[in-house]
Design a protein around this ligand. Structure first.
Ligand SMILES: [Zn+2]
Length: 526
């Protein structure tokens, strides 16, 4: 479907709608952000007189196979306008049928965010005109959302802080305007309606967030929790997670909120943090110089590190919400809620605490190992199988993480699996291989793209030498070959022990058991 010129003008004026985030995402992904822009905006003393009030609205796409009100596929990247039908094209007379899976996913996410589920919620029409919204309205929820009153606890300096979640409601996504990539893109805007009707939840926070860093922390935890539930892939590049921020400032101690500005279409958590930081500074500077903050929507330009006003913010009543007459009230009764609740996985925070107590690892290690549910599951399986869980955790962080980073791959793509890590941990634990041998085997595994057990076999099951008579022979040779160092050592330069151990290890081609080498050297050099 190609919109003619008349519609293009509308697009140009109103290109900032939230569902248009992908286009903006491309436009803002260019250069590195210049931090000096941000800090130069405001002198610190003036800023210290003010406090920021921030609320976040996060849209999350649910991972259902079909759309929210029809059976069209939700597959990302399909040929434009192929995943469509009379319902999602908004044809007259076509009726929506609610996707049960979408309700379950939305409810599960709401529960994970600590919300109370409303047994009855109401779908409502949000009316506005936009070329990629064929019906002329979006089916959303308004005064009776699916869920309310949740909480996310974030870490702040000196403790924890609760950020309230006002509501979680369900809605359908709109289509996508394509402003470039076609021969006639100069005059026309193309519309892809594949995304129309894809199920979303909108998670609205209370204005409890007081800084850009708190916003970043909140978003990171929110994403982590949603990922654990498995209801969304939260892929920001593909628009599965989008965030808008409402930012205002007020003099410290004042109860009333200042005038808020909405920042839309920021495509990474880092940019959101920067945009909020910039916006707080801009508002304080404006007020300090006698100006007034205007309620409006602003876009963040990541190249310049600045926000720009787009249009004045329409009031809620501009959307003329009314209950959707084609859908019954949504009832998620206690029985259904209990069924959904039984699918709730152990959430990241709880899992971290348990890892610390159950496997005796540090809170920091637990944080790394619970970054994704898959990794945590794999770690747990390996730790349970291994003799020493702590060693498994150390190997993941020490040997695996660095090599993955160097290769630029995720843990899910690691040639060495968690089972491989468990095996290698046991070999070190039993003294069969040394730490040096383990490192070499990991290097080979990454070079060959093979798991640890396979490489261990290929290398002929190497063993470190604990054969004392063989080691004694090597040690005697090393001592005979380095008389000067022996003399210095015996004269009190005991730091030379490292040199002797190194020589023995080298002579044994890394196979000597360092503990035994140390012990034997100590005796012979005494
Ligand atoms: Zn459809």
């Amino acid at each position: 479907m190609v919109m003619e010129a008349a519609a293009v003008r509308v697009v140009a004026v109103r290109a900032s709608r939230s569902h248009d985030s992908r286009r903006v995402a491309v436009a803002t992904r260019k250069g590195p952000y210049n931090r000096s822009v941000m800090t130069s905006v405001m002198e610190a003393p003036a800023r210290a007189k003010y406090e920021a009030v921030i609320g976040l609205e996060v849209h999350v796409q649910l991972l259902t196979a079909s759309k929210i009100f029809c059976s069209c596929s939700t597959q990302f990247g399909a040929e434009p306008n192929t995943n469509v039908c009379p319902v999602c094209l908004g044809m007259p007379g076509a009726l929506p049928v609610l996707n049960r899976r979408a309700v379950e996913f939305a409810t599960l996410a709401s529960m994970a965010l600590g919300c109370t589920i409303n047994q009855t919620s109401i779908f409502a029409r949000k009316n506005y005109f936009y070329p990629d919204l064929p019906k002329g309205y979006q089916i959303s929820q308004y005064d009776k959302p699916l869920a309310e009153r949740g909480v996310i606890e974030i870490a702040v300096a000196g403790g924890k802080k609760k950020i309230g979640i006002t509501r979680v409601h369900m809605e359908e996504d709109a289509g996508k305007s394509l402003h470039d990539g076609f021969p006639d893109s100069g005059e026309k805007t193309a519309i892809d309606l594949n995304r129309t009707g894809v199920p979303l939840i909108e998670i609205v926070s209370e204005p409890d967030i007081a800084s850009a860093d708190e916003a970043y922390e909140y978003l990171t935890l929110l994403k982590e929790i949603i990922l654990y539930t498995g209801v969304s892939d939260c892929n920001m590049e593909e628009g599965s997670l989008r965030c808008d921020a409402n930012v205002s400032v007020r003099p410290k101690g004042q109860r009333e909120f200042g005038t808020k500005v909405e920042i839309k279409n920021v495509n990474s958590f880092r940019f959101i943090r920067e945009a909020i930081e910039y916006e707080i500074g801009r508002q304080v500077e404006l007020i300090e110089s006698g100006g007034k903050v205007v309620q409006e929507t602003r876009l963040y330009n990541a190249d310049e590190g600045k926000t720009y006003g787009m249009r004045s913010k329409e009031q809620a009543h501009d959307y003329r919400y009314f209950p959707e007459p084609d859908l019954l009230p949504l009832v998620v009764d206690e029985k259904w809620q209990a069924e959904i609740r039984s699918q709730l996985p152990e959430l990241p925070e709880a899992r971290r605490a348990r890892f610390v107590s159950e496997y005796g690892i540090t809170a920091q290690d637990a944080g790394v190992l619970t970054q994704s549910r898959a990794l945590a599951d794999q770690f747990e399986a390996a730790a349970k199988a291994a003799k020493n869980p702590k060693r498994v955790a150390n190997l993941v962080q020490g040997e695996l993480a660095g090599r993955l980073k160097a290769k630029g791959i995720e843990i899910g793509e690691s040639p060495v699996t968690m089972a491989g890590v468990a095996m290698s941990a046991d070999l070190v634990e039993s003294g069969a291989i040394s730490g040096k041998m383990l490192k070499d085997l990991y290097d080979l595994a990454f070079e060959r793209g093979k798991d640890f057990p396979a490489v261990y076999e290929e290398e002929g099951r190497p063993q470190q030498s604990s054969d004392t008579s063989a080691l004694e022979k090597i040690i005697d040779e090393v001592i005979a070959g380095n008389p000067k160092q022996v003399e210095q050592y015996r004269a009190g330069k005991t730091t030379l022990m490292g040199f002797f151990v190194g020589q023995v290890m080298k002579a044994s081609k890394g196979k000597a058991n360092p503990a035994i080498v140390n012990e034997l050297l100590g005796k012979k050099l005494a």
